[in-house]
Design a protein around this ligand. Sequence first.
Ligand code: GLN
Length: 452
Amino acid sequence: RIAAVDRKVHAFLHVNTEEALAVAAEVDAIRAAGGAAAEELHALAGVPIAVKDLIVTIGQPTTAGSKILEGWYSPYDATVVERLRAAKMPILGKTNLDEFAMGSSTEHSAYGPTHNPWDLDRIPGGSGGGSAAAVAAFEAPLALGTDTGGSIRQPGAVTGTVGVKPTYGGVSRYGAIAMASSLDQIGPVSRTVLDSALLHQVIGGHDPRDSTSLPDPLEDLVAAARTGNVQGMKIGIIKELHGEGYQAGVENRFNESLELLRGAGAEIVEVSCPNFKYALGAYYLIMPSEASSNLAKFDGVRYGLRVLPEEGPLTIERVMGATRAAGFGDEVKRRIILGTYALSAGYYDAYYGSAQKVRTLIQRDFEAAFAKVDVLISPTAPTTAFKLGEKLNDPLAMYLNDVATIPANMAGVPGLSLPGGLADEDGLPVGIQLLAPARQDARLYRVGAVLE
Ligand code: GLN
């Protein structure tokens, strides 16, 4: 399937056929031999998976969608990748993304954009457009993404797939190239809610190598997805995350989802999260600040690309400058500049400090809302997939596509996006987002299974 369609979709940056087939053959052999070894195989053993190219893998290159890491191989596996290997899931390859996961359309990849399988002239969302498109185009049944401000959920929404951002700390970040460490989470991409639950169960749980990893044992997410029951549950519509600014067809499918939930026995109420309107602004201070610090390690010495200045002395500053000028794309440079500015002496309190306060207000909005309801619901993105190139020269318009997904990252709460049908005006997929309190990821699967 990859050979047949990826020339057009461009979901993959690297395809790992030989190793994937070898793992599949190994699983087949274990099954054929029967006995205890066959019984011990994980439910997903032999089920292939694509991995976002921000997550490091032994034996396959990791580029983060950047020229600065072209041809770079990690000497170790991310924890999630170790867990996939332990479950004997063949890793199909590495998927395309906006450079260092900065973007909402995958157009900021240094290796060219990914195309939405529903309409090749449209974006697959971002930054994890490759993972979402691979699943939507039936190139992979499962994929891994990372979500800092919506990069699993928004691509899920615009490609008609399921995407989950787990509770912060619920899935190890060890081996995910850091964008904004206090916001980043790895999570599943799939075609069904149950598939995401199965994958979440494989990758989740405590990891001593991630200092922010939660110590709690993982809940039974698969059982929750199988239960699929909202009888007696209270579900809150977030007043600030629909209506004005949301495409009519998105709003229609959203209202239909509410009807479905009502019909299944849920009580639907409206809640207000007044500080969510500041989330996007605060995110674009916190995220670039953390990113500017995380990306300082790409110095032309330690990893990947090294460019020597054409003339003059070979000082460390000049080698670093030449390497970063050539290796980083415009969006990455834009965010490093924003971040270093926001963190500079004299501006720290006004920008970074204020943004952190807004973050606390957003957390309090969630606390107040979850005191009233079990789960929150909104459209995942305000629009369906836009045309390639449409927002490329307007960073603010691009940033606005994440209004509904960013609050969850700011508060560390889990979110799930699932297909809600097609928009009337353009026939493109609409995503419905569910949000739950931290550590209550199981609720997302329970409600998601009813909506599917
Ligand atoms: N689109 C958002 C951004 O550009 C989110 C990115 C992400 O979640 N990695 O920052």
